[in-house]
Structures are given as C-alpha cells and as structure tokens.
Design a protein around this ligand. Structure first.
Ligand code: GNY
Length: 468
C-alpha cells in the first residue's frame, strides 16, 4: 500500500524489539513503510519535544545533520561526539561554526589505528529521554540507498527525586543497560559527557530489555576484561544465553561491511577467540573447540563484487566497504565462510549493507537464539584481542551495539522465529534484515575489495571502478 505510515504506527509495529532499518530511496513504498525510518522521523517532534541531544558518530556532515532536525529543534543544544584529529578536526569544526548551539567532544583515541565508530543519539525531551543506537554515519550518502540498522529505545521517563538514591544506579533494567551505558560514557573521561551521564542517571531505564555491547579503546584487565568487546558477549551468553544443550549444532551468523586483518589462519583469532565468545552458552564454556569448527558453524555475510556492482549505488557503494586487497590476500581461508548479501524479504537486496548484525542460527536457519546489531565490523580493533595469555583484552576503537535475548522479551523464551508465519507467542518473529537460508558464494564469487579496479563489467550506472 502507498499510504505513508505515521511514526506512531511504525513504532507500534516495531514493538517490542524496536529494531528498524533506514528508508531506502528507489525501492517499492511497501518496504519503506514496514519497520523503516528516516533520520528526520527519528528527530521529528512526533518523538517528543526536544530539550537537547548528543550525536555520537564516525562521520558528521554538520550542515546536513542540522537540516534533519525539525526547524523548531535546530537551536537546541547539540553535542557532537567524534574521533577526528588534525585536519579532520579542523574541517569538522568549520562545519559547526555557524551553529552556536553545537558543542564538540573529541573522544580520546589512545590506541593507534583506533577509530570512534560508535553511532548513537541521546535525545532529551521535556517528558523523558531516548537512546538510539544505529549503524549510519551522519552524512546524506549513508541514509540514501544503503541497508542500515536502527534500535530506538522506549521513552525513558524522568525519575522523581524520591526514587533517586545518592549511591549506585536506581531505575535500571534486569539487563543492566543503564549501568552499562553510564560506564561506557564514563570511559570517555569527558566533561561534556558528564552532563549526559547526569541526564541518564535521572531517568528510569527499567523498560530497556536489550543488553549493551560496547567497545572502548584500551588494555582491559581483571573484571574490566569482560565489560567490552567480544568478552562482554562471552559473559552475557555464559550467564544469560541459551542452554548449551538447546543450541548444539547451531551456527553463528556474522554480517558486516568491513574486515580487518584476522591472522594467518582461522584457528588463531576468527575461530580460536572471536567465535568462542559468540558460541558461548549457559552451562558450558563454549559449544565447539576451535579445531571442531566447520563452515557449518560459522556463516559470514559480506557483499560480493557482484552485490556491489549490481547495487542501487553501483560500484560507489564499495567506497563504504573498505576491505583492502592486502588483508584479503593474506586470509583466503576467510572467504570459505562467505555468503552473499540478500534481503529480498525487506526489499533491500540492492541496498548495499552498511549495517552490522550477528546471530546464533538454528541448523535450518528458521530460528535464532540471539541477535545483535552494532557498529562493530569483523575486526580485532572493534571486538578486541586477548593478550598476556588471555588476561588482557586489547581494543583499539569505540563501538556500540545492542543484543536481543529471547527470554527478556518472552517469559521463558528460548528462540526467535525468523520466519514470520511460523512465529508463535512463545517464539516471536524477529525482523532480521537479511534472507534465510543464507546463500553461499559460488566458486566464481569474490568478496568486494575496495582498492583494486573492476573494468570487466559495468555497474548499475554503466560505470567501471578505478580506485586511487
Ligand atoms: C577506511 C575507513 C576510513 C572507512 C572508509 C569508508 C567507510 C567507512 C565507514 O563507513 C566507517 C563507519 O561507518 O564507521 C568507518 N570507516 C570507513
């Protein structure tokens, strides 16, 4: 149908997961009316009467961003949290100079090669506070013809003074989302974020049913080792994850838009460390030893060269998929796990993925034991790498995401249904972005690599790709 769903209708339909995709220009209206939002919807007055906001991101086009706020909100205080340095920082400040309501916060990047990847909006309204965690840069290109993920929190009401306690965190949820978010903000050690920490402390987060999965740069030891990156996932799944017996032979799905250097063979990082965390479950450490991992255990979704060539944007979509030939050449083993990007169900097979999602899939791919949407790509910098004989987790970048576990949405829930007409009260449908079952690369498929030329076949706009 062509009627434009109102934001209230969209949010009602999105409940209880509140996991949506961004609208895509150039696909049939029905796919933009179903569980889809544009940035203007998120910032609209329908969401609440804005007092002030904070925009955490990697790339900010400030004049464009200001245009996305409704006129009556453009003068409200706005904090830009970024990781720009040197010329990037100069350019960013230039973009902000005409907006007196903007304050800048430069996240410290103590680890070389680290970046401020986290994408989050903190929205303070007259009647509450909302957290939006997503995957899109604050530039027009990222909200145009890509597949991006957005989690929009419920409206968290203000605590009244009587509920506030002087020490500790009041008004938290059983997933400790509020405490974890406060700890994440504290790690910036930034004065301008102290203000937002106060705002968060003063609101009631009991309705937050997701777990926060974040990364902050540093060498984390002791209890902190399990607070961030893939070790946070290991902790949550080990304590609140699926029963090991229930998810034997299930597979980890990883979907992302960039890949780092993962090491000389799969047993080291990919299957030996990262996958061990993703395969964690209740009642047992992890489900498989690294040596027993097969391509059935790990299914990775990454755009093929053909996915990019035939996408709505054409080869230029690949400018946001920075997998370089130097790394690709060193880790051919990685390519054996790859599956194409395919999202016919959501009308987004040609909307190049910039979203990053992870899940534990049943052998028939019809169910999931958990689902995660995050800024974190498949890299050591994002998820962290264990050092000092496993006593230290070294992370280079800021990342932020949320994890959905069935039992927090359905009493005794053990799984989500990924097939809408096979969902039940006990096994609710979870709107994943990509199609199941997953489609492996053919022998002829190659992963998209962004720094080599493609002149053999023109893209959907008739152009070749000649980088550099
Ligand atoms: C190699 C780096 C600079 C890069 C290139 C193209 C797109 C990128 C991107 O989209 C992100 C992000 O979204 O966090 C982060 N780095 C990106």
């Amino acid at each position: 149908e062509d009627h434009q769903a109102t934001f209230q209708e969209v949010m009602k339909e999105a409940s209880p997961f509140n996991f949506l995709l961004t609208k895509v220009t150039g696909i049939p209206a029905e796919f933009n009316n179903k569980l889809s939002v544009h940035i203007k919807d998120i910032l609209s007055v329908e969401m609440g009467e804005l007092v002030e906001s904070a925009q955490f991101n990697f790339m900010h086009d400030i004049p464009w961003l200001m245009e996305q706020y409704p006129a009556e909100h453009r003068s409200k205080p706005l904090l830009i949290v970024h990781g720009e340095e040197r010329q990037g920082k100069v350019t960013l400040h230039e973009g902000a100079q005409n907006f007196p309501n903007i304050t800048m916060c430069q996240a410290k990047l103590d680890m070389i090669y680290g970046t401020h990847h986290s994408k989050m909006m903190l929205l303070l309204y007259t009647n509450g506070l909302r957290v939006v965690i997503h995957t899109a840069n604050l530039i027009e290109q990222d909200w145009y013809q890509k597949t991006q993920g957005v989690w929009i929190s419920p409206l968290f009401p203000k605590l009244d003074k009587s509920q506030m306690s002087s020490d500790g965190i009041t008004g938290d949820s059983i997933t400790h989302f509020k405490k974890d978010l406060v700890e994440y903000l504290t790690m910036y050690k930034s004065f301008s974020l102290l203000r937002w920490k106060q705002h968060i402390l003063q609101h009631d987060f009991t309705s937050a049913k997701v777990f926060l999965v974040a990364s902050v740069p540093g060498r984390h030891t002791g209890e902190s080792k399990n607070k961030w990156g893939h070790m946070k996932v290991r902790k949550v799944l080990g304590k609140q994850g699926p029963q090991a017996s229930f998810v034997k032979n299930w597979s980890v799905a990883g979907q992302f838009s960039s890949v780092g250097s993962l090491g000389a063979d799969q047993s080291k990082y990919l299957c030996g460390e990262w996958l061990q965390s993703m395969l964690s479950a209740k009642g047992v450490g992890t489900l498989y030893a690294a040596k027993d991992v097969t391509i059935k255990t790990l299914k990775l979704i990454f755009p093929s060269k053909e996915n990019v060539r035939t996408s709505l944007e054409g080869y230029p979509a690949g400018a946001s998929i920075p997998y370089n030939i130097q790394n690709a050449r060193k880790q051919q083993y990685f390519h054996a796990f790859l599956h194409k990007w395919k999202a016919d169900k959501r009308g987004r097979s040609r909307a190049s993925p910039h979203i990053k999602t992870y899940a534990l899939l049943s052998p028939d791919s019809k169910n999931a034991a958990w689902f995660m949407v995050t800024s974190a790509n498949m890299s050591k910098a994002a998820w962290g790498t264990l050092e000092k004989n496993g006593n230290q987790l070294m992370i280079r970048s800021y990342e932020i995401g949320v994890m959905f576990l069935p039992e927090y949405f359905v009493d005794g829930g053990e799984q989500f249904s990924l097939v809408e007409d096979q969902s039940t009260e006990a096994t609710p449908y979870f709107p994943i972005p990509w199609d199941v079952p997953l489609e492996p690369y053919t022998k002829a498929d190659r992963p998209w690599v962004w720094d080599i030329p493609y002149t053999d076949k023109p893209d959907s706009h008739g152009n070749a790709w000649i980088p550099g």
